[in-house]
Design a binder for this molecule. Structure first.
Ligand code: SAM
Length: 404
């Protein structure tokens, strides 16, 4: 069975910490059964529950619901106003979201988890507060949720896109930094960027006077801008939103730009951004830029799925004289994250960063271009190298291999 086969059938497991009055165990059990019974995609095959002897006059209850999709369980500590609830469902993620909707109607004060799906064999997750608001647009699965570590967050197709905690790092590096290298950055083309943060950073912290944002998904843009409070952009005369596939828009852009900022979802196979992992995308980006134009793009992790940065660097080097890699620390993206900056004229920093920036100090604006040797090693690997395991050149490999 391949990893993909397993992922397709493996139940999704979510544990919930629920805070409420559970002093009436039978009422609790019936409410729990009602939540499971109402959840789309779940079929009850049987139940079992047990009442514990009273403690301080109240009885706890433990109960299991056998589902054809796996199981659901509840375990209460009424004396602490607390219950642990588990759902294990192979009925798909929609059933998990529906379970949370019904759970929130009965016991609204609960914590769950968002699991980022971009790294199949590594765990990147966050404790969530209350239900995840999820749905599907024409192009992708969207989720908006509150988290304990990252504040407000957004996911697309199960992958973190932006969080309140660290979006400023990402957008200062992606959108603000390249403007320091352009003599007169007035017009910026923003590809993707549905959460609105990149456009907001460009108009707030750089000399850019006109942002044209091209995003394929009008529903995601509208929801995301409302969720993060960047919808003020829609009234800003310096901001223009074009709902289109960037691969179509770039075939005939209505003008050229000083800056092209690429803030797309990861271009993994079978995703809406997949066609951008192609030489054609970089050829068209080059054509959309004026002669001194600069391209900036997020290109993924230096540790995992390094085919993504390697292909972005390889393709951009075909069309731009100068291509520089830089990086920053973005916890919700799994730590170190890479960017590229490309242009024909030499890339030389011409001005200091805005004093209100919280990641790009004048020193950091230079330091971010220093890559640890292991990142260079991982980026120099053959772009065709199959992703069999993290391409990490580890000095300890020899030690572990020699362990008897
Ligand atoms: N910061 C995120 C990251 O690093 O992955 C990206 C944020 S933003 C939400 C990504 C945007 O790319 C989404 O709004 C999505 O709709 C847009 N997008 C994906 N494929 C696209 C395409 N082919 N054309 C235009 N926009 C696209």
């Amino acid at each position: 069975m391949t990893g993909a086969d397993m992922a397709a059938v493996r139940p999704i497991v979510r544990n919930y910490d629920v805070f409420a009055d559970f002093s009436d165990p039978i009422a609790t059990w019936h409410r729990f059964l009602e939540i499971v019974n109402r959840t789309q995609g779940l079929t009850i095959l049987g139940t079992q529950h047990h009442l514990f002897p009273p403690v301080n006059g109240v009885s706890g209850i433990t109960g299991m619901v056998i589902l054809s999709e796996s199981h659901a369980a509840i375990h209460t500590w009424p004396e602490h106003h607390y219950a642990s609830i588990t759902l294990s469902s192979c009925s798909g993620y929609d059933s998990v979201l529906d379970f949370e909707r019904h759970l929130a109607q009965v016991w609204p004060n609960f914590r769950g988890a968002f699991h980022d799906e971009s790294l199949p064999d590594a765990i990147l997750a966050a404790t969530t507060v209350g239900p995840i608001q999820g749905g599907r647009s024409r192009y992708q699965r969207w989720e908006f949720f509150e988290t304990v570590p990252f504040g407000k967050a957004m996911g697309l197709d199960g992958v973190f896109q932006a969080t309140e905690l660290d979006e400023f790092v990402y957008h200062e590096l992606l959108a603000v930094l390249p403007t320091l290298f352009h003599p007169n950055p007035v017009e910026a083309l923003l590809i993707g960027g549905g959460d609105g943060f990149a456009a907001q950073a460009l108009l707030r912290f750089t000399p850019v006077q006109q942002v044209t944002q091209v995003d394929i998904d009008g529903e995601v843009v509208q929801r995301a801008m409302q969720w993060f409070g960047t919808d003020h952009l829609l009234q800003d005369p310096r901001f223009e939103l074009v709902i289109a596939d960037c691969m179509e828009y770039l075939k005939a852009p209505d003008r050229q730009f000083d800056l092209a900022v690429v803030d797309l979802t990861d271009p993994f196979d079978e995703t809406v951004a997949a066609p951008t992992r192609s030489p054609e995308f970089y050829r068209m980006l080059k054509q959309a830029l004026r002669p001194q134009g600069i391209l900036a793009q997020q290109i993924g992790s230096p540790w995992f799925q390094t085919f993504q940065p390697r292909s972005a660097l390889g393709f951009s080097r075909r069309f731009f004289q100068q291509v520089q890699t830089y990086w920053g620390s973005i916890p919700s993206f799994g730590g170190a994250y890479l960017f590229l900056m490309a242009s024909d004229p030499p890339l030389k920093r011409l001005r200091e960063p805005h004093p209100e920036l919280r990641y790009l100090s004048p020193e950091m604006a230079d330091a971010v271009f220093v890559l640890p040797p292991v990142f260079r090693t991982n980026l120099d690997l053959d772009p065709e190298e199959p992703e069999t395991r993290p391409q990490v050149a580890s000095p300890w490999t020899s030690v572990t291999e020699n362990v008897p």
